[in-house]
Design a protein around this ligand. Structure first.
Ligand SMILES: Cc1cc2nc3c(=O)[nH]c(=O)nc-3n(C[C@H](O)[C@H](O)[C@H](O)COP(=O)(O)OP(=O)(O)OC[C@H]3O[C@@H](n4cnc5c(N)ncnc54)[C@H](O)[C@@H]3O)c2cc1C
Length: 453
């Protein structure tokens, strides 16, 4: 399938580097209260975190619990005072927040906090720091690397009630909103005003803009509009979580064209173009398609101009992630590679695994050099995992790729960081984390390798 959308906007094109740095520690700590008195611990049961492969031997498995305090009745009372009616301790309600979207990792937090304002977040984090209580900020919980859920009993700090759009300036295109705004809601809001978000991704109906910024999500428009961080004009940071983000939106004066193959092809491509002069853009697109068809580079396709058709065609691409969850347990890799190598990893992996895997599937963002490699099996299979890793990382390092293209490192990839980053770069990341979060209470066990915790 080969699809082309053309969008006419006022903005420039921006290209992206092939390999994206892993996300920095996403939480900053501005100011902390001193440690409080030692409180009596509530007796709680703590289930062991289930690692990506269900075994303790893998570098992706959870490390041992760090010596954070346990939640007490006094802590809960204080949280209830700060957030009346918004402290969740019902295990049934907590279940979905303890488990990630892929259902591949699960924590055992017994407290979910739902602040609505910056002040509330600040009070909670100051208190947690003083008590040495670990905190896991959570947006839409669509992350794919185990970063969004607790590993043990970390307090879940959800931004789901911080979902207000604070302002929109239709001259500059600047949108200011709270961290918990769902990406799709922001898109719809802007579309009504003839603007668009510079970011789009398959999880848009659930993910929050705060989570997008924390992971520096790539998505479907990265090649055209560049890294999300480049369009974020400012953040209001509160000891690691933030309330509002100023996002530069794009003016939406568009003409959409889609081109899709119906034949059974080895590759299916969707292209969306964007420019400032619709006549000129149409001409360029026409020339491109003519050349591609004449040279037999493409064999079939369609062009879409209506919004509904464009959305339907995009949804086929956006729902690949979901479709794979129906093929069994999925080992997921998010790799960036020089574009000429992008599919070679899929074919080499197929050959390497033979019939040990059910499917080896590759899709992604070809313009960004970003490959989503998915290997499925009927169930979790430690022997299969041992055949995939470290092969996949060694292969990627050999061809100068990055082991994390856009999903980040989270829990699952933290100990593989040296395949892509030098020791000195990782040490620097550790120093920055230490500076901003000296007690390491913010999303522990994630991003940095275990020896830096
Ligand atoms: C179907 C599907 C398609 C996807 N497609 C893409 C894609 O194209 N490109 C891509 O990059 N990703 C993609 N993802 C992954 C995921 O959607 C993104 O990483 C997204 O940005 C996560 O946002 P979230 O709100 O769900 O964050 P969560 O999953 O809740 O959290 C992710 C991380 O951000 C931290 N965090 C969340 N909110 C805050 C905050 N306010 N302050 C500080 N830290 C915070 C969390 O602690 C965690 O470490 C996809 C996921 C799915 C399920």
């Amino acid at each position: 399938m080969f699809g082309v959308f053309q969008r006419t906007t006022m903005l420039r094109t921006a290209l992206r580097h092939l390999s994206k740095s892993p996300p920095p520690p996403v939480h900053s700590q501005m100011q902390f209260l001193a440690r409080g008195p030692c409180l009596q611990s509530v007796s709680l049961s703590h289930k062991l975190h289930v690692g990506a492969d269900g075994s303790r031997s893998s570098p992706a498995a959870a490390p041992h619990r760090l010596p954070f305090s346990r939640i007490t009745e006094e802590d809960l009372a204080l949280f209830r005072e700060i957030l009346p009616g918004r402290v969740i301790t019902d295990p049934d309600l907590l279940q979905s927040s303890n488990e990630d979207w892929l259902k591949s990792v699960r924590g055992s937090s017994e407290v979910l906090l739902r602040p609505q304002t910056t002040q509330e977040v600040a009070k909670i984090l100051s208190y947690c720091n003083s008590r040495n209580l670990a905190v896991n900020p959570q947006g839409g919980n669509t992350g794919l690397v185990g970063g969004s859920v607790p590993v043990y009993d970390e307090i879940i700090l959800s931004t789901s009630l911080m979902n207000n759009i604070l302002s929109f300036d239709n001259i500059s295109g600047i949108l200011t909103c709270q961290a918990g705004c769902v990406l799709e809601n922001l898109s719809l809001y802007l579309e009504e005003r003839d603007y668009m978000m510079p970011l789009d991704l398959g999880a848009k109906g659930s993910c929050h803009i705060g989570g997008n910024v924390a992971t520096n999500a790539g998505g479907l428009r990265l090649l055209r509009y560049g890294s999300l961080h480049g369009t974020v004009l400012g953040l209001e940071v509160v000891s690691g979580s933030f309330k509002s983000a100023g996002i530069n939106s794009l003016r939406r004066r568009r003409k959409d064209i889609f081109f899709s193959f119906s034949a059974d092809c080895p590759f299916y491509i969707v292209i969306e173009t964007s420019g400032s002069d619709s006549d000129h853009d149409s001409q360029k697109l026409h020339n491109f398609l003519e050349e591609a068809m004449t040279s037999s580079l493409v064999t079939d396709g369609t062009i879409a101009t209506e919004d509904s058709k464009i959305k339907a065609l995009w949804s086929m691409r956006e729902r690949v992630t979901e479709a794979l969850t129906h093929d069994g347990f999925t080992y997921k890799y998010d790799i960036s590679l020089p574009v000429e190598r992008i599919y070679q990893l899929v074919t080499d992996m197929r050959q390497h695994l033979g019939n040990r895997a059910r499917s080896v599937v590759g899709y992604g963002h070809v313009g960004d050099g970003n490959l989503h490699l998915n290997i499925t099996s009927p169930a979790k299979d430690p022997a299969l995992l041992a055949s995939i890793e470290p092969f996949v990382y060694e292969w990627t390092a050999k061809f100068h790729g990055s082991i994390s293209a856009e999903h980040g490192l989270g829990l699952k990839k933290r100990n593989y960081i040296y395949y892509s980053k030098s020791r000195s770069a990782v040490e620097l990341m550790g120093d920055i984390k230490m500076l901003l979060d000296p007690r390491g209470i913010l999303n522990p066990y994630k991003t940095l390798p275990d020896h830096l915790k």
